[in-house]
Write a protein that binds this ligand. Structure first.
Ligand code: IMP
Length: 426
């Protein structure tokens, strides 16, 4: 079993690495998040953009699972299935199973996401406005609708009634149009037949797959620093994004014994608001953004760019007990004379080597940098470690020493084949 977890603020390039590791996987499971995730896969020049579907969906030999910890927008899911089918993939119940216990994102959740973001003013989180937070809120408040409820119309209608009654109280206060249960019910019925064939007991299937010694890959979405507990709260997403969530979000307790691969970009990016100690507001930040095509897959927003932050990645390694690191987008650093790596922070003259949870002191953080040489020429497309320039090897070695984990995969372009594999998995 292998788990892939983002160690930064998401967008580390998990899609490509999951797809690569999926070659030998029998099953791939997502365990948190929703269609706020955006995974881009480039295979033989063809680009696939996935949001909710696990990245293994492009492989013929794997079955993909959407676990109970995921929140599912049924309309977005139906549209995504249609879109990948147009790209030539065939999605069948043998290829995709969605846990009957996964919660639904309804249109009301998207409306509330937008309203709450606007109400936060300059303290906004910069959410994807996909309704993720409000859907998880309803789940935790025990008034959510589960995808399995689509199979029981009477029950669905009564659950919808109490959910909408609840929300209509606050909607009335905001002077907005009241939600109508019959309208939402018929909208759901219009999409139901596209979704119900995929509903199943993901937990039981995974337990059986594990007992049968099958290769299982768990695909994390977002990144550890967006984790609701361990991230840069409140500028986070609404789920646990760390490896500890896989058992809860799939129902396979044994999942915690998987080999955990932490994904890290060779520099750092972030969409949305919140602290970012190594952010570069200068020409180098601009260079990284342009060279790395740093625009959010889901929202198209420009990503903020900065130097690699070893303090943060080490923090993420600790929380998820990461075994090895996959380093992505090394080629984006081509052409820089010098590269900085953050090795600690100074806060009011004191030096620390962790991210403080007190948000009131974030603005005073000053990164402490170690500077290493850049390299001439390009690393783009290199597939053997020995072919990397000596300075690039040195950069990788320095990161390994700082985060105290081996970097066993290095990605040198978006193409599946442009990857250096230093360890074999499964
Ligand atoms: P939400 O998940 O839409 O509620 O957004 C909360 C925060 O997480 C915002 O800063 C988003 O930009 C960020 N976020 C959510 N999903 C992703 C992702 O897949 N990659 C990067 N950032 C994300």
């Amino acid at each position: 079993m292998i788990t892939v977890i983002g160690t930064q603020w998401g967008d580390e390039g998990k899609g490509k690495i999951v797809d690569l590791l999926a070659e030998r996987a029998d099953f791939i499971a997502r365990f948190q998040g929703g269609n706020n995730a955006g995974h881009t896969l480039v295979i033989d020049g063809k680009t696939y953009k996935l949001n909710l579907l696990p990245s293994g969906i492009v492989r013929d030999n794997t079955q993909s699972f959407i676990g109970n910890g995921v929140v599912v927008d049924p309309f977005a899911l139906a549209a995504e299935i249609e879109s990948v089918e147009k790209e030539g993939l065939t999605i069948t119940p043998e290829k995709l199973m969605i846990s009957d216990k996964a919660h639904l994102i309804l249109p009301i959740h998207k409306t509330l996401d937008g309203i709450m973001e606007d109400a936060r003013g300059d303290q906004n989180i910069g959410t994807t406005k996909k309704g993720i937070g409000p859907a998880y809120e309803d789940k935790v408040a025990r008034r959510g609708i589960r995808i399995g409820d689509l199979q029981n119309p009477e029950h669905l209608k009564s659950r919808l009634q109490s959910l909408i009654d609840h929300h209509n109280i606050s909607i009335k206060g905001l002077g907005l149009k009241q939600q109508n249960v019959d309208e939402i019910y018929s909208e759901l019925m219009s999409v139901k037949d596209k979704i119900t064939p995929y509903i199943g007991a993901v937990d039981q299937s995974l337990v059986k797959a594990h007992a049968d010694n099958k290769n299982i890959l768990f695909e994390g979405a977002q990144g550890s620093l967006l984790d609701i507990d361990h991230g840069t709260y409140p500028f986070v997403t609404s789920s646990n994004t760390v490896a500890g969530q896989i058992s809860a979000g799939t129902g396979l307790g044994a999942a915690r014994k998987s080999h955990v691969v932490g994904l890290a970009k060779a520099y750092t990016t972030r969409v949305g608001t919140g602290p970012f100690p190594t952010e570069l507001d200068d020409d180098i930040g601009q260079y990284l953004g342009e060279k790395g095509h740093e625009f959010g897959t889901v929202t198209g927003r420009k990503r903020r760019c900065g130097w690699f932050d070893a303090v943060l990645v080490k923090h993420s390694c600790r929380i998820s007990d990461i075994d090895s690191i996959a380093l992505t987008k090394l080629d984006v650093l081509d052409g820089l004379n010098e590269i900085n790596i953050c090795v600690g922070y100074t806060i009011n003259e004191s030096k620390i080597d962790y991210l403080p949870s007190d948000i009131t002191i974030w603005n005073t953080i000053k990164p402490i940098y170690k500077t290493v040489s850049g390299w001439d020429g390009t690393t783009a497309g290199i597939q053997n470690f020995d072919d990397l320039p000596i300075e690039a090897k040195n950069y990788i070695q320095t990161l390994e020493d700082l985060i105290e984990k081996p970097i066993s995969i290095i990605s040198t372009s978006p193409e599946r084949s442009d990857t250096i594999l230093r360890e074999s998995y499964f």
